[in-house]
Design a binder for this molecule. Structure first.
Ligand code: NAP
Length: 294
């Protein structure tokens, strides 16, 4: 049953993610208006108490805030960019995935049309929406975020990152870089150990322990990066590079793929060639901070 004291919300885009977002609002008692290009996707939500708006323009007028979650920014502009859409005075929260330039451009565009705009990224799969596991990143003007924070918290764990509208998508891709790097490192070790008959399940707890220990180094290494000074307090980059060579040699000797360790050894070798061999690992930020070959 919907509690009519909750903030009315609109959800535009009822794909897998948009449906999960609308369902979470409904479950939390928010009067929820929905719109989707393929109208039939609204039916299950209407059966649960949502109101289906006949047009995007009607949907925008129905809620105190409008969440947009469609395939990409091109679809956002196709939806909202037509002349009959009145954006003046609306609060748009765009949870569509895109890059930071698209987010900043969309913010300027929305502001030019008199709308308030927050950009966001969802770091979760649809079934996690409505639980603390769903990480929802937000960037844009803080007063707008604070005004709608409690409504957004219905969707998951909401984190405000700053006024720059591009931050949510930048954190999103940075989080993905972390995720894939950890997974790829684990797969490299798993492939090596399987050649000796060690199964993935046996190696996984050991890998987890290493990942946890390494994660604890990050704040101290971040201080070195922010301070621009990389004294070798525990190990020098050239020592790491020698260990990387062992990893490459062992991978090749047991017949598994060595592309990944060769890639990070090539970066370390460039840094050593530039005179940083005696410094600590985070000095590699200088290699990561510019395009290859510059
Ligand atoms: P989806 O199931 O493919 O749904 C796409 C939605 O966009 C549908 O509502 C579709 O309408 C609509 N759409 C596409 N082009 C349109 C256009 N030109 N005009 C109007 N509507 C248009 O995708 P999804 O999984 O819901 O993902 C939506 C967004 O959430 C994406 O940006 C995605 O990256 C992000 N996201 C998804 C996940 C996930 O696990 N699913 C996780 C994190 C972030 P129709 O129904 O009419 O086709």
């Amino acid at each position: 049953m919907s509690n009519r004291t909750e903030t009315p919300v609109t959800v535009i885009g009822l794909g897998l993610m948009g449906r999960a977002l609308a369902a979470a609002f409904l479950k939390a008692g928010h009067p929820t208006t929905v719109w989707n290009r393929t109208t039939s996707k609204a039916d299950p939500l209407v059966a649960e108490g949502a109101r289906s708006a006949p047009t995007v323009g009607d949907a925008l007028k129905a809620g105190a805030l409008t969440i947009i979650c469609v395939t990409d920014y091109r679809a956002v502009h196709e939806l909202l960019g037509t002349s009959d859409i009145e954006l003046d005075g609306t609060m748009l929260i765009n949870l569509t995935s895109g890059d930071s330039a698209q987010a900043r451009e969309a913010a300027h565009w929305a502001e030019r049309h008199g709308a308030r705009y927050l950009d966001g990224a969802i770091m979760a799969v649809p079934p996690a929406i409505g639980t603390a596991e769903a990480v929802i990143l937000q960037s844009g003007p803080q007063p707008d975020f604070e005004a709608h924070r409690s409504t957004l918290e219905v969707l998951g764990t909401v984190t405000y990152l700053g006024a720059d509208h591009g931050l949510a998508s930048l954190y999103d891709v940075s989080g993905l870089a972390m995720m894939w790097s950890v997974l790829n490192a684990w797969l490299q070790g798993t492939a090596i150990l399987r050649t000796a008959g060690v199964d993935a399940a046996t190696y996984a707890p050991f890998a987890q322990q290493i990942a946890t220990v390494v994660a604890e180094w990050l704040p101290g290494y971040a201080e070195q990066i922010d301070g621009g000074s990389f004294p070798a307090e525990v190990s020098a980059l050239e020592t790491d590079a020698r260990a990387m060579a062992h990893l490459i040699d062992e991978s090749e000797a047991v017949g598994v793929n060595a592309e990944l360790p060769k890639l990070f050894k090539a970066m370390a070798d460039r840094s050593i060639a530039a005179g940083h061999g005696g410094e600590q690992y985070p000095v590699l930020i200088e290699e990561f901070g510019r395009p290859r070959g510059d």
